[in-house]
Design a protein around this ligand. Structure first.
Ligand code: MG
Length: 383
């Protein structure tokens, strides 16, 4: 029997999980990894290998983000996934009923490094068997765990065990029937279990370490630096009478700061430091001084916005160090209130915030009390 032609091979890609363990601001299958969305990597590999159509099971309401992730790939369509992986796969298989492919590959989107060689080995195995899965040997020694993992039980023979990956390959009609007949736990671990329960013989083929499943935030650290640093600097002019806000705290003083918003020069420097750390421009770009809606605005919203942008980029604040440069007022008496307020705005522990002050020995504009300057350094860490 000849191998089925690649044109008769379809795929179901499971991208319906929320993937929250990975700590990404969007479900991990849509998060950027090595320059593009996780999902796109394997969909491109399947398409390049002549696999079509490719049905992608996605979370409810994720049409826009999923569509953007695989824009431009031919032969892709979406189904809304079910409550469990097994249900999502079944819905994906049902969506292929009209195409009646000879074979189908079922693949987890979170395994982006899909190479053609694994697909070829799977398809070759399907010449003689109805199902095939890629597996790898176990290199660590193994044991059973007892007492909720607290105590070593019997040793396990690693020679008898394999690590199971995806894609898993099936004759389409057989796996569709198996999913329709599935009576086991709704959270079946994978499709090979469903196939086996239906009496299908499952071949083992050599897997690929590159098919490692992205699971934890550390899996994404190859794409995102673990630590990023940004600096910010700002100056505002002192004017007699106005309100003086520094680090979100109003301070009684003979002069206030003039300018954009409430002119909280310290927060503005902090915002620029945070934006700089995630390469997201500067405060003027996000809140243009020319836009009347920001006139007199409280600067705490600028800082909260920078915090949200950082979270969307996958980062949280490691440390924020703000230095205020002025002859007066004295900052020391307000330091703890400033740290507490900045921490409150950013939703972090005050231990992550430092506020310092210095004079310029009477030199320059700050020394002449014409204005106040502030600088800040923000260290952002992968969330
Ligand atoms: Mg400013």
């Amino acid at each position: 029997m000849d191998a089925p032609s690649p044109a008769r091979i379809a795929a179901v890609v499971v991208a319906a999980g929320q993937g929250l363990r990975a700590g990404q601001p969007v479900p991990k299958q849509f998060a950027p990894w090595r320059g593009k969305p996780v999902l796109l990597h394997s969909v491109e590999a399947l398409a390049a290998h002549g696999v079509a159509p490719i049905v992608i099971a996605i979370p409810e309401g994720a049409d826009a983000i999923a569509g953007a992730a695989v824009a431009g790939i031919d032969g892709v369509r979406f189904v809304t996934g079910g409550a469990t992986r097994q249900q999502s796969v079944r819905l994906g298989l049902e969506a292929l009923a009209g195409d009646a492919p000879a074979l189908v590959l079922v693949h987890d989107a979170a395994r982006p490094r899909l190479g053609g060689a694994v697909i070829d080995r799977l398809v070759a195995a399907l010449v003689t068997r109805p199902a095939a899965i890629p597996v790898l040997p176990v290199v660590d020694s193994l044991c059973h765990a007892e007492e909720h993992g607290a105590t070593m039980g019997a040793p396990a023979r690693r020679e008898d065990l394999r690590r199971v990956q995806t894609p898993q390959a099936f004759r389409y009609a057989a796996i569709l029937a198996a999913h329709r007949d599935w009576q086991g736990a709704p959270d079946a671990g994978d499709d090979a279990q469903v196939a086996q329960a239906a009496g299908l013989d499952v071949a083992l083929v050599e897997g690929d370490e590159a098919l490692h499943k992205l699971t934890f935030a550390s899996d994404f650290s190859g794409a995102l630096p673990p630590v990023r640093v940004g600096s910010g600097y700002d100056v505002h002019r002192l004017e007699e009478g106005g309100e003086l806000w520094l680090c979100g705290v109003r301070i009684a003083h003979t002069h206030g700061l003039a300018g954009h918003s409430d002119a909280d020069v310290a927060i503005h420097a902090a915002v620029d430091a945070m934006l700089g750390a995630i390469s997201a421009g500067d405060i003027g770009q996000h809140f243009p001084p020319s836009d009347p809606q920001w006139r007199g605005a409280s600067s705490d919203r600028f800082l909260a916005h920078a915090g949200r942008l950082a979270a969307e980029a996958g980062y949280m604040l490691g440390q924020l160090d703000v230095t205020i440069i002025c002859e007066a007022p004295k900052i020391g008496p307000h330091r703890e209130a400033m740290r507490a307020r900045l921490a409150e705005i950013l939703g972090c522990d005050a231990g992550r915030i430092s506020v310092k002050a210095t004079t310029t020995e009477g030199l320059g504009f700050a020394g002449r009390r014409e204005g106040i300057a502030a600088q800040a350094v923000a260290t952002m860490v992968l969330a």
